[in-house]
Design a protein around this ligand. Structure first.
Ligand code: SAH
Ligand code: SF4
Length: 395
């Protein structure tokens, strides 16, 4: 942990309206839902499609939040919209910037709950790691979020809202009147659903939010630039391919059911073999190339040469890359990170079997923004270590 690295803590309070009683928030509505809402508000059916297109462009292409600025709509219609609707995002409570440029946003959603969103700048691109739930129902024993009970699912608006508020902060909305915004490199070019929560346990909202992010008339991120990470919710995997079509990452982390039961307890429900069978179908169904196998490197737990060999044996035939994640420590964590040499040796074995095996460089460690470190410090509903040990069989 780079404890002595300089940290810029930049507290910002951006006043934004939280959804209030009465007004319907347009952010997060699919095109069909938006159409229905406009018709219910008095838009003539014949005009509805055009109005959806106009609003969509204002909200998701130009990032406009104020109906009064929507100059291609007649003034009385703008007034009607203003009366019945709002364009509201979650609120950024604070922003921390790591010495490596990573930005961590603490985001407050309705009900006063908080989630974290992390922006990771890279050469010529940038990835936004977004959350799908407050807390998580699962209890992976190496994950900080797993020590926090599920509080609630995020709405589609709160999920795509994280993308929008990051674009606000990066000042990346195209100026009104300019082209599609996809010319040239983007600061926010990729999304990973690797923040707090299990996205496949909030499937409908995640799907709707990603459909909005992929829509060519708006934020327009290609489905190949979105990666959903799951701990292995087998029945939802095929649905993810068919209804979202994004890339898939799987938190694999172990090569025997015995060890995986402890690290990723959902394995007791859907074991390694069942999971692999579902994964074999994924590239065909989603028309995507490779599945990312995430593998957290835990000292003396899952990092032996035998593990590396078993891993490549297990995934034979699946187009895959293996992303090795050095364990990110958090206060009270029951594991240690594997040594650098061990990780390198493990990577070599995997690589020599024909699979790409990049070692993920931890980003934003000085602000606790790295994978698996996210947890809203203010949530009171915490599980005790004893409770986790009981649920995971004492991993
Ligand atoms: N719930 C989903 C997505 C969120 S976690 C899932 O489990 O896949 C994103 C990735 O970070 C997962 O692969 C997860 O296993 C990994 N992770 C969790 N805690 C970690 C930690 N402390 N160090 C390194 N990786 C971790
Ligand atoms: Fe939940 Fe993913 Fe953490 Fe497991 S690793 S507890 S599924 S967020």
């Amino acid at each position: 942990m780079a404890a002595d690295a300089p940290i810029t803590q930049d507290l910002v309070t951006i006043p934004r309206k939280l959804p209030e009683g009465g007004k319907v928030n347009l952010v997060g509505l699919t095109r069909d839902a938006l159409r229905a809402a406009l018709i219910a508000a008095g838009t003539p059916e014949k005009q509805a499609k055009m109005r959806v297109n106009q609003l969509w462009q204002w909200i998701y292409h130009w990032g406009v939040r104020d109906f009064a600025a929507m100059t291609n709509l007649a003034k009385p219609y703008r007034a009607l919209l203003e009366e019945q609707f709002e364009i509201a995002l979650p609120e950024i409570v604070s922003k921390q910037v790591s010495s490596d440029g990573t930005r961590k946003y603490l985001v407050r959603i309705a009900g006063g709950h908080e989630v974290e969103t992390v922006y990771i700048p890279e050469e010529g691109r940038g990835t936004l790691c977004i959350s799908s739930q407050v807390g998580c129902t699962l209890t992976c024993s190496f994950c900080h979020t797993g020590t926090q009970k599920l509080v609630r699912n995020l709405t589609a608006g709160e999920i795509v809202g994280q993308v929008m508020l990051a674009r606000d902060d990066l000042e990346e909305w195209p100026a009104h009147g300019t082209g599609s915004g996809d010319d040239g490199p983007r600061l926010l070019s990729n999304i990973v659903l690797m923040g707090m929560g299990e996205p496949l346990y909030n499937f409908d909202n995640v799907r709707d939010a990603m459909k909005i992010a992929m829509d060519g008339e708006g934020i327009a991120l290609s489905r190949r630039r979105i990666t959903l990470s799951t701990s292995g919710v087998v029945p939802e995997i095929a649905k993810c391919a068919e209804e979202i079509g994004c890339l898939l990452a799987v938190s694999f982390h172990a090569t025997t059911d015995e060890v995986r039961n402890k690290l990723v307890p959902i394995n007791k429900r859907w074991n390694i073999e069942t999971l692999l069978n579902a994964l074999r179908e994924y590239p065909r169904l989603s028309n995507s190339e490779r599945i990312t196998f995430e593998y957290v490197m835990l000292k003396d737990v899952n990092d032996s040469d035998a593990d590396a060999r078993r891993l490549v044996e297990l995934i034979k035939g699946i187009p895959a890359k293996i992303n090795l994640i050095p364990f990110n420590e958090w206060p009270g964590a029951p594991y240690q990170r594997s040594d650098r040499e061990r990780i390198a040796r493990f990577a070599d074995i995997v690589h020599n079997s024909g699979y790409a095996s990049p070692i993920r460089r931890p980003r934003g460690e000085d602000i606790m923004a790295a994978c698996g470190q996210l947890k809203s410090a203010t949530e009171r509903a915490r599980k005790s270590r004893a409770q986790i040990a009981a649920e995971t069989g004492g991993a």
